[in-house]
Design a protein around this ligand. Structure first.
Ligand code: IDC
Length: 552
């Protein structure tokens, strides 16, 4: 009897010590599907959370974060990194060890904080932890529904990862090689690789994201509409349904009559992969736009809005007046359009209505823009009582001081301010502060790194000053423009695929700058490490690096 007790006691003790200590992150709860993986990696010393005690399981893992975990797990010696980044030495070590090539994560650092693609992550993982593993081409490729989407340089690693049970793919059988990984998913990959190393069976990861709440949504996003719900304006601040301040950041399309191909679901998804939670559908009225081809342009606008909704982004439906100067010139057409759209999207929290892009020419606030806005607000509110409505002002939506002195009545109204970094500076910024002080909510629904004509520059230093200014004030923004036109304000290089995804090399200088600021300029990355470099810093690093290259 006594002997039996001893044996039982020993068994209980053994069971207790075998239980993994729980990871103590405020957002990793017992029973979460990733809890075990996060705990194992934390105990192995490979993983750290954020200074605020969170782990952010659903955030996309960046290249630097992923490589840093791999380096720690493999015990790889660090190198001498050249970019001022918390993971530069670990990345340099991994590069020297041949885990990845120079072009995949350039040591200049521009993409260290960008989300890592799944195919590259798997390559690095296999090189780091299972370098001997191989997979049979015919057997393994048959398991991967989207095998043709894989870049050839990743075949070997991905086949080996499937063969050794490290990767199971999505429930629908696809691998999504150019998609991103959440931090939680990355943990299960590392856990599976560690298990494969020691001959233990791996665990397939379940559906990673919470179920979308938007009907028809194909993917949920950090900071997207399924997370934040109906927006509301409290004081001057844009807030989510729970009343917490939110900043929306993303890209505007170019004119739908010219570049609607870059409003495809693939293009919007590719932009969101870089961290955008906002898209703007710029439906020109003049210049061959809606007024001359209404049915066609409306169809394009609806398709673009639906694509943004399917990707869980907030989306601005922009009545893009420009050459038609006064919004009053076509107020009837605008009212009919917004009545239909507000009805169509009445139950969809994603949609914001921008009623007049840029009034200009001989227009006044009290005589033209304000009465126009009153009519549109009434029209939209008839169907959609709480959607956010964005209101322009004279002088290409720069005269917010006029609106601040004589604002409209109503809830969830914001006033747009547009700037171009090569043309507008401190004077316009101080106008924002003046308007905010008067209680006017501001939304920068269009800005560019170029001059106001869409060319010249790019003026990244000035743009950095602007974005830092906006960020400190919690102001949302949308960059001009997502297309491959040969002008400096275009975010894509000529010839970029309209369906994405886009590597860094397909982004223009302006695009790189804007895309790198979607997640904000500072403090969002995992510890350890200094603040993420601001856009200006990234620019300086790139500049210094190019200066250090020999002249050819
Ligand atoms: C520009 C486009 C350019 C096009 C022109 C006229 O970049 O390719 O030829 O419009 O249609 C705005 C406008 C926006 C302008 C942009 C740059 O809202 O339509 O786009 N800009 O000039 N306001 C200030 C600058």
């Amino acid at each position: 009897m006594r002997k039996l007790l001893c044996v039982l006691l020993a068994a209980v003790c053994l069971a207790l010590t075998a239980l993994p200590a729980r990871a103590s992150f405020s957002d990793v709860a017992p029973g979460d599907w990733y809890e075990e993986a996060v705990t194992e990696l934390t105990r192995a010393g490979a993983l750290k959370g954020y200074p605020d005690g969170t782990f952010r399981p659903n955030a996309k893992i960046s290249a630097a974060e992923f490589v840093a975990v791999a380096v720690r797990l493999a015990g790889l010696p660090e190198g001498q990194g050249q970019a001022p980044h918390w993971a530069a030495n670990q990345l340099q070590g991994a590069l020297q060890a041949g885990w990845y090539d120079w072009d995949e994560i350039p040591p200049t650092g521009e993409t260290f904080d960008a989300p890592i693609s799944r195919q590259l992550a798997v390559k690095i993982l296999m090189k780091a932890l299972l370098p001997q593993a191989r997979g049979d081409y015919n057997t393994e490729s048959a398991k991967i529904k989207d095998f043709p989407a894989l870049d050839g340089r990743y075949y070997e690693a991905v086949l080996a990862a499937y063969a050794s049970g490290v990767v199971h793919g999505d429930p629908d059988g696809s691998f999504r090689p150019r998609g991103t990984l959440s931090r939680a998913e990355a943990c299960t990959l590392f856990q599976n690789a560690a298990r494969a190393q020691s001959g233990q069976p791996s665990v397939p990861s379940p559906e990673p994201s919470p179920a979308p709440t938007v009907p028809g949504a194909v993917q949920t996003r950090q900071g997207g509409a399924s997370q934040n719900g109906w927006l509301q304006v409290k004081g001057t601040q844009l807030c989510n349904a729970a009343g917490e301040p939110v900043s929306l950041r993303g890209m505007s399309s170019h004119g739908l009559q010219w570049y609607s191909q870059f409003t495809s679901s693939g293009a919007i998804a590719a932009t969101a992969e870089y961290g955008a939670n906002l898209f703007r559908v710029a439906m020109y009225t003049g210049e061959g736009g809606y007024l001359s081809r209404p049915a066609e342009m409306k169809a394009r606008a609806v398709a673009a809005v639906d694509a943004a909704i399917a990707n869980d982004l907030y989306v601005i439906l922009d009545w893009h007046i420009l050459s038609d100067g006064s919004p009053m010139a076509h107020a009837d057409e605008a009212a009919a359009f917004f009545a239909e759209m507000a009805q169509r999207y009445r139950d969809t929290p994603n949609v914001l209505y921008e009623i007049c892009n840029e009034p200009n020419g001989n227009v006044s606030w009290p005589g033209d823009v304000k009465p126009y806005a009153q009519r549109m607000i009434q029209t939209i509110r008839a169907a959609s009582p709480k959607a956010v409505i964005l209101i322009g002002s004279p002088t290409w939506s720069q005269d917010i001081h006029l609106a601040a002195a004589d604002p409209l009545d109503g809830e969830n109204l914001m006033y747009t301010l547009h700037f171009y970094a090569g043309t507008h500076g401190a004077e316009l910024r101080s106008r924002i502060d003046g308007a905010l002080a008067q209680g006017l909510p501001i939304f920068v629904s269009e800005w560019g790194t170029s001059r106001a004509d869409g060319s010249g520059g790019v003026f990244l230093e000035q743009a950095g000053v602007w974005l830092d200014f906006l960020e400190r004030r919690g102001i949302s923004w949308c960059g001009w423009s997502l297309c491959d036109k040969n002008e400096t304000s275009a975010a894509l290089r000529p010839g970029a695929s309209p369906d994405g995804p886009w590597g860094w090399e397909e982004l223009s200088e302006s695009g790189r700058f804007m895309f790198s600021r979607f997640r904000g300029g500072g403090g969002q990355q995992a510890v350890p490490g200094p603040e993420r470099p601001s856009g200006r810093k990234i620019f300086e690093i790139a500049l210094n690096f190019s200066k250090s290259l020999p002249n050819k």
